[in-house]
Design a protein around this ligand. Sequence first.
Ligand code: GRF
Length: 207
Amino acid sequence: MKRRLAALCSHGGSNFAAIADAARRGAIPVDVVLMLHNNARAGAKEKAIARGIATEWVPRKPFSDEAAYAARLLEVLEQYRVELVALAGFMQRIPPQVVEHYAGRMTNIHPALLPLFGGPGFYRLRVHQAVFAAGMKVSGPTVHLVDEHYDHGPILMQRAVAIDDCASPEEIAARVLVEEHRLYPEAIGLLAAGGFRLEGRRAVRIA
Ligand code: GRF
């Protein structure tokens, strides 16, 4: 049975597109029913429209406090009967009420091998600048379950990518992004099929 998924995006949405295309090909047991964005100019919106996927704009600013923002997010997600939530370049903190409601069913992708180069301040090109400055020879994407801390929840999947021949953070970013578009649909497909069990903070593959 297909699980109903919403992707949450703030920018270009290339990971969202990779998930939606894998779902449309029938490669993963998922129906992408919504792309929710907090940034009115998110490029992900065009990608959703091109794929016939509904979009909802839910900016943080108009809400007096986090509880009101959380209530609106849950209202929209329940309106679309969303079962799984995939953060795909979503730059707004997810309120604890929403994290709790979707515990074990909300994922995030981070463009480095967590727990290295993750947490507050590590986002977009900054991640790759830190990886480059550290002289790392490998990097790669991490897909993890979302908890109340940035880039902290149980790791579902990671993949190492050789970067020793990359001459700049931008080259690292481009190489890791290619792997992100493979890894994120794969991890979501396994999660949707019940392919992980949690042992404390560890996610163990069972399929
Ligand atoms: C990706 O590199 C992802 O790992 C990070 O933000 C970027 C989003 O890219 N969290 P896109 O919007 O999916 O193209």
